[in-house]
Design a protein. Sequence first.
Lengths: 145, 145
Amino acid sequence: MADKSIVGTVMGSTTVPVERGKIREFATAILDDNPAYLEDPAPPAPPTFSMTQAFWPRKSDGPPPDLGLNYLRVLHGEQHFEYRKPIVAGDTITGTTKVADVYEKEGKRGGTMTFVVLETEWVNQDGDVALVSRNVLVETAKAAS
Amino acid sequence: MTERSETYFEDLEEGDAGPEYRVEDLTRTMFVKYAGASGDFNPMHHDDTVATKVGYPSVFGHGMFSAGVLSHYLTDWLGVGNLRAYGVRFKGQVYPGDTLRFGAKVTRKYKEEDEARVDCELSVTNQKDEVVLTGTATAALPSRG
């Protein structure tokens, strides 16, 4: 089980070149045909575009830190975004992820659920924080015995 | 597609509902396109053999697929580039054949950081009226001054 001791753990960073073709593909996948994404030569990134970070390597000083989670019981519970600056095709954004919080709640069916908040601060090529994303993982309770 | 029209701060009051938007008859192809665009190739979202083996009736959509379509509903209504914050909580699975209904309600309008802003509550429900996703958003709107 994850506990407070992992708060502050840095998970590594990912650099994403923001590309027009990827924006077009991503917009289409969320059923969006807005010309702002499809026709503008320097389109803005859609609101959830940073999820495409999966295509770019995560850099860190060592192996992924062990958060003590049992991934067989982990769900993506919540996802939050704070938009600070526009992100458009041609930008390069680097996201650094750390464990921002860990807390527990009692599950409806008994047992304790553990919430782990992974916060990624995305900095653009000018050094400005353009986006903060928070991914809340939920480790579900074991079946009450 | 929802209607795309410029929404001004003065057009909205607390308690107002967002436009109607539905996506009917979700397909596996939509989930596969989202997998390709986002890089999330968890087999639960494209491989029925794997999904049924662990007890699901079929593959189900990525939570971030529904969250992505919800963000597109928001930007059609409130404008691309106007979101300041967006967050979702995943409540239930979305399956091929489902019809999703996207909804929003203005909960607060106010001035902050020299911007005219609205906060909204968001929901996505399926054809059985089950809530599959809830969320919140903050947008900065143009003002007629």
